[in-house]
Design a protein around this ligand. Structure first.
Ligand code: SF4
Length: 338
């Protein structure tokens, strides 16, 4: 049984096929999204900030931004992808700077609590036998008093979750279990998220019942993953950020059609088929709507004609129409009188 991590579990829930490529087949990928790259650079700058503070070194904003720019320059590579084409790398770089600047102004002089760990590796068993284990990395672990701990996590996401959602967040709650296992004096643990793009700090606590429930749910999810044999692709808007689109059956054709410098003729021809199919299907739908409207108008006229003729059945050359006297329902029938 492998050791699981919150991100590993998230990947499976997001898309089992992506999970298979990444964690089972272990297919290496050079490419990285700009969002992820910017997040790494921001994390690196914040790690350095708190490392300097631990060493009693005063920290000023230009220095933090300098560390960020250094991480950006040193880490930049050709495989970094910008999915949202309306933004440039420079937009993202500046966004990271803005996040750090806001963080600095909100928290300087950084005197809240004592940092116990930076990018701290933690692990915990979810069951007595130690079969189901979770490992992860805490961005910053802080002691704020006797037996009181805070688990801090930095997010550079452009989406701010609701409090409700954070109260059900799995990642930091699993880290809480690991912290409690490593430091038995941890009687009061608070989970803290820094949503840096929004300059917001969100907090949550977990009851013992919730943590026990989380253990059971996580073990259930791990068992489900272990039993999976198909790892079906799960298409979603997140596919745009997936590093395995060229392998995945629901995205492979798109990559072949649009993602290559050299045109792929087979992929182009398949695309043309789709175009034609869409054209004919849409035309058929429009025609059907047009004919339905015409039929409805004729049915109205037939009811009026049946009343005028004082007849329940009206005859054409090859067919007849029965107009139900009760509800006016119309039935088309072949003429059998000749
Ligand atoms: S492209 Fe989409 S469906 Fe395919 S593996 Fe990636 S996330 Fe899953």
């Amino acid at each position: 049984m492998p050791t699981y991590s919150p991100s590993r579990l998230n990947t499976y829930e997001q898309c089992p096929r992506q999970y298979r490529y990444k964690y089972i087949d272990r297919i290496p990928r050079e490419d990285e999204t700009i969002e992820s790259f910017m997040g790494h650079c921001v994390h690196a700058a914040l790690e350095r900030l708190y490392a300097d503070l631990q060493m009693a070194k005063a920290v000023i904003l230009p220095e933090i931004l300098g560390h960020y720019r250094q991480a950006w320059g040193a880490g930049w590579h050709e495989g970094i992808r910008i999915v949202k084409q309306e933004y440039t790398a420079e937009h993202y770089r500046r966004l990271g700077e803005r996040c750090l600047t806001a963080f600095y102004h909100r928290h300087a002089p950084f005197s809240e609590g004592t940092t116990l760990g930076l990018e701290a590796k933690v692990a915990v068993a979810l069951d007595e036998a130690g079969v189901y284990t979770i490992a992860g990395i805490i961005d910053r672990l802080v002691a704020v008093g006797e037996g009181r701990y805070e688990i801090h996590d930095y997010k550079t996401s452009g989406r701010l979750p609701s409090q409700d959602r954070l109260d059900g967040d799995r990642q930091l709650a699993l880290y809480q279990l690991a912290v409690e296992a490593a430091w038995p004096d941890a009687k009061d643990v608070e989970l803290v998220w820094h949503y840096l793009v929004f300059d917001r700090v969100l907090r949550s606590r977990r009851s013992r019942e919730k943590l026990d429930g989380l253990k059971r749910e996580t073990i259930g999810l791990i068992e489900k993953i272990e039993a999976d044999t198909t790892f079906a692709p799960r298409e979603s808007p997140l596919c745009n950020w997936c590093a395995y689109q060229d392998l995945c059956p629901v995205r492979r054709h798109l990559v072949r059609r649009e993602g290559q410098a050299q045109p792929d003729l087979g992929a182009y021809a398949a695309g043309q088929l789709v175009n034609r199919y869409a054209e004919v299907s849409l035309r058929r739908r429009a025609l059907a709507a047009e004919l339905d409207a015409e039929l409805e108008a004729i049915e109205g006229a037939l009811r009026a004609a049946a009343r005028e003729q004082e007849a329940e059945v009206l005859f054409g050359d090859t067919h007849k129409v029965r107009v139900a006297p009760t509800d006016g329902r119309i039935t088309l029938l072949p003429r059998e009188d000749r």
